[in-house]
Design a protein around this ligand. Structure first.
Ligand code: PEP
Ligand code: MG
Length: 538
């Protein structure tokens, strides 16, 4: 019998190919003390960073739009004066070039730690650090993949620069690490490459083996054939009305433009943290208003749901001077900043109101990390005293999930952040790849909680959206609609496929798919039952 390996499937189409193991690159040399002096080390560093910028330009020229944009953002890190300034301090203390730049990148990455929304940025920074250090050491990092054949790449995980080197021969990807929101997962989903991530046994695969990559079945089958694949789902491309609105998640004006080119009906989550994370001093109300106006003007037609800052001591905003915490994800983050930084949140709302007026867009505002009805009421009163917004909160804690019925008349809408809700419901750190199975949205514990929120929201007259990654899975989006969720918000690359799925079912059918998902006693059986019910609607 063929050997099967379990993992987390990405996307809906399967592929068979030949295993091509991507060996870990030669290890980078340990950091040391300089023997040539700070000035000469700085020259080497400038040369290495320029070489990496040139590499990124070369890769971007042949890459798709999404990947090319990632490289543009990565180049900006390399060209940031702050990076070389930090490196220079280490050089002056006697570090060699590799140690100085490595520590400078670590300092940048520390600013983003603790929030999965920035997981990719941390990975990008680590990748850049590795690339500059490899150039300094003369180590080659290219994947050198063949152009023809049917390859299934097997590796620990793949960075943006790795995925940009995927040739047309790559039909499948298997990674040992990485969860449902890893860069590999996002790129493979966007490019329809069959992928299964978090495959603990991936290390036992060897070059030349034939494997079936079966994302719908969450498995890899050695010597499997395409006829063994769990039935893939395809949804016809259509502009027909979707069962519930499908919005887009964005973080920047560039994201807003990308989203505007999709079928998105407005924005379901604008993560505003970016504006603050790259600022070393507090931006003025005028500066914030200008940045928001740029994003609002570029966003797809429809309402734009803006989330007030979601920062905590784990993701320090330098000018807020937040103290160190033992358990940052359980600490002062999101709306809890209101105690020490009320003016900061009020300024954000004032800037949004100015941007709303100047662009004429419909703006909804919501607060992250709400745990009590009192917090929801406090945010609603503040937001309504400042602007003409629809006002809502994110549902990310089990505590507020159990009190949605009490939000009637308090807020206009709620939006479920399934990334954090899973983390707190399962007591599983969302940054820990070893816990990917608990963070799988098909877990019955999460589906039951979503069902309760949907039912309670409808009874309370509060609209309930979902903006966590789970809504980017088209089959799961159908389950959500069947559970009474009234809108979903997906990453821009997934908006069209989620829209196609939600245009292909009636409410009755979605309810049947949701009932099937609810019947599952574990993630695998919940997903299998839902997919079978969905297939029966075709
Ligand atoms: C979530 O928690 O699901 C969410 C959408 O917010 P973030 O990922 O930014 O924490
Ligand atoms: Mg969250």
């Amino acid at each position: 019998m063929s050997k099967q390996m379990k993992g987390l499937g990405v996307g809906l189409t399967a592929a068979v190919g030949t295993v091509h193991v991507v060996a870990p690159a030669q290890p980078l040399p340990a950091w040391g003390r300089s023997s040539i002096g700070a000035e000469a080390e700085m020259d080497r560093l400038r040369g290495a960073t320029a070489a990496v910028v040139a590499d990124l330009d070369r890769l971007a020229a042949g890459a798709d739009h999404t990947t090319a944009e990632i490289f543009e953002a990565m180049k900006m890190w390399l060209e940031d004066d702050g990076l070389l300034e930090i490196a220079e301090e280490h050089l002056n203390e006697g570090s060699d070039a590799a140690g100085a730049i490595g520590q400078a990148f670590n300092a940048f990455a520390a600013m983003f730690e603790g929030d999965a929304a920035f997981e990719e940025r941390i990975a990008d920074l680590q990748d850049l650090s590795r690339r500059v250090q490899a150039h300094l050491a003369g180590i080659h990092l290219g994947l050198d993949l063949p152009q023809t054949g049917r390859l299934v790449l097997v590796g620990e995980d793949f960075s943006p620069a790795d995925t940009a080197q995927f040739t047309p021969a790559v039909v499948g990807v298997i990674t040992r690490a990485g969860g449902p929101t890893s860069h590999t997962a996002i790129i493979c989903r966007a490019r329809s490459i069959a992928a299964v991530v978090s495959v603990t046994d991936a290390g036992s695969l060897v070059d030349g083996q034939t494997v079936l990559v079966d994302p719908v079945g969450d498995r890899v089958v050695v010597d499997g054939s395409i006829t063994d694949a769990t039935k893939p789902l395809e949804f016809a491309d259509t502009d027909a009305a979707t069962l519930i609105p499908v919005r887009s998640n964005i973080g920047t004006a560039a994201d807003a433009k990308t989203a505007a080119a999709t079928k998105a009906n407005g924005v379901g989550l604008f993560r505003t943290e970016l504006l603050y994370l790259s600022a070393s001093t507090q931006p003025s109300v005028e500066q914030q208003a200008a940045s928001y106006a740029e994003v609002l003007a570029a966003a797809p037609d429809g309402p734009i749901v803006v989330r007030t800052i979601d920062a905590g001591s784990d993701k320090p905003v330098p000018f807020l001077n937040m103290p160190h915490e033992e358990n940052p994800s359980l600490g002062v983050r999101g709306f809890r900043l209101i105690v020490e930084h009320r003016q900061f949140i009020a300024d954000q709302l004032t800037s949004l109101e100015a941007a709303r007026k100047s662009t004429g867009r419909e703006v909804w505002v919501m607060a992250p990390m709400i745990a009590t009805v009192d917090e929801a009421a406090e945010f609603a009163a503040l937001a309504r005293s400042i602007g003409d917004f629809k006002v809502g909160i994110m549902i990310e804690t089990p505590a507020i999930s159990m009190q949605v019925d009490r939000l009637s008349g308090v807020v206009d809408f709620v939006s479920i952040g399934t990334n954090d809700l899973s983390q707190y419901l399962f007591a599983a750190d969302r940054m820990n790849p070893a816990l990917g199975a608990l963070l799988n949205p098909w877990q019955p514990g999460l589906i039951r909680m979503l069902a309760k929120i949907g039912t309670d929201g409808a009874a309370a007259g509060v609209s309930v959206g979902v903006c966590g990654e789970s809504a980017s899975d088209p089959a799961f989006a159908v389950v959500l609609a069947g559970l009474g969720i009234t809108s979903v918000s997906a990453s821009p690359s997934q908006v069209n496929v989620v829209s196609n799925a939600l245009a292909s079912v009636t409410l009755e059918q979605a309810k049947a798919v949701a009932a099937a998902a609810l019947s599952g006693t574990d993630a695998a059986s919940a997903k299998a039952a839902a997919l079978e019910a969905l297939a029966a609607t075709r």
